[in-house]
Write a protein that binds this ligand. Structure first.
Ligand code: HEC
Ligand code: HEC
Length: 264
């Protein structure tokens, strides 16, 4: 442990959790952020166009949602630039449009400073899909099923190289079954419930058929190429989004803390 290389990542206050699933029905925090971005744009636009009436409307909203940050997460009170927010309001009501525009830029610094520290880590902790509770069936964990799938992929490769056609074909048949079972977990989940069958999709099924063809009659090189294509479509694409995000989330949510490291 003494030789470990560690990097420091600030994590958001625990009180943020109440503004995300599963504690909340909606991603309340994120939606407040979307409002802020829209309101910043509107304020800037109406200040540039010297439109006092609309400016007032959007400044009021911006102020409300900006101050809401500290109502939602009291620990972040010190992150707010209240001074700039109130001078923005004053400039708007006295029609000092240039000053409004400058205040928007200044306020934007406060947005950026919090985002630099907390945006990515928050999105990963609270919005990356969590596979830890997913299972294939009560007797099979997600991870165990993954181990089966990779065994079959490699068995196809080994058998193809060593000229054992029957074994290669039966492993492909097992892999196909395993993929279909995996795909049911995607469409049963709330995430992909309404999607057209997402896994295995048409392109994957076509690749399985051409891999089978080439295992019967193709060259070693063709077999390798088809198998590689299938692994990219059926494995690597999902890993590129879900596995990376899930692994990172696990490290942040369940990883070793600095306190543990220092205590040690
Ligand atoms: C105290 C911290 C904090 C402040 C101040 C803050 N934000 Fe955020 N903001 C966050 C966090 C945390 C996220 C990540 C939320 C997520 O992805 O679920 C975020 C995400 C966003 C997003 C979504 C970005 C994207 O495209 O994914 C927008 C837009 C945004 N903020 C706008 C603003 C604006 C505009 C301001 C200033 C007026 C602001 N924020 C001030 C913490 C803050
Ligand atoms: C629906 C998305 C998805 C698809 C499709 C997928 N995987 Fe995975 N895979 C994951 C996730 C998520 C993990 C991390 C699971 C964990 O750590 O609990 C993982 C982990 C793995 C692991 C590591 C298991 C371990 O021991 O930690 C292997 C090996 C693997 N997958 C192989 C495959 C193969 C081979 C395929 C294609 C036939 C495939 N996966 C298709 C999402 C997917």
């Amino acid at each position: 442990m003494h030789e470990d290389q560690a990097s420091l990542i600030k994590t958001p206050p625990a009180s943020l959790a109440q503004w995300y699933k599963p504690e909340n029905k909606r991603q309340v925090w994120l939606h407040n952020m979307f409002k802020l971005r829209r309101e910043m744009q509107a304020v800037k636009y109406y200040a540039d166009n010297k439109d006092a009436e609309h400016l007032e409307k959007w400044v009021t909203r911006l102020s409300e949602h900006y101050l809401k940050i500290a109502e939602m997460v009291p620990e972040w009170e010190k992150k707010l630039d209240r001074e700039t927010m109130s001078s923005l309001q004053q400039s708007a009501s006295s029609h000092r449009y240039q000053d409004v525009s400058h205040a928007v830029d200044k306020l934007n610094e406060s947005c950026k400073s919090c985002h630099t520290d907390f945006r990515t880590v928050t999105a990963t902790m609270y919005r990356a899909p969590d596979f830890s509770a997913m299972e294939i069936n009560p007797a099979t964990t997600y991870k165990a099923h993954m181990k089966e799938l990779i065994k079959q992929v490699n068995q196809i490769k080994i058998a193809s190289e060593d000229g054992m056609q029957e074994i290669a074909l039966s492993s492909l048949s097992d892999l196909t079954k395993g993929m279909n079972v995996l795909g049911e977990t995607c469409s049963n989940s709330t995430c992909h419930k309404n999607d057209a069958k997402s896994y295995p999709d048409n392109t994957m099924n076509k690749t399985i058929i051409s891999l089978e063809q080439s295992l019967r009659t193709g060259t070693l090189k063709e077999q390798g190429k088809e198998l590689g294509t299938l692994a990219v479509l059926a494995c690597a694409r999902c890993h590129g989004t879900h596995r990376i995000a899930f692994d990172t989330r696990e490290r942040l949510v369940n990883g070793q803390s600095w306190l543990e490291l220092i205590k040690h």
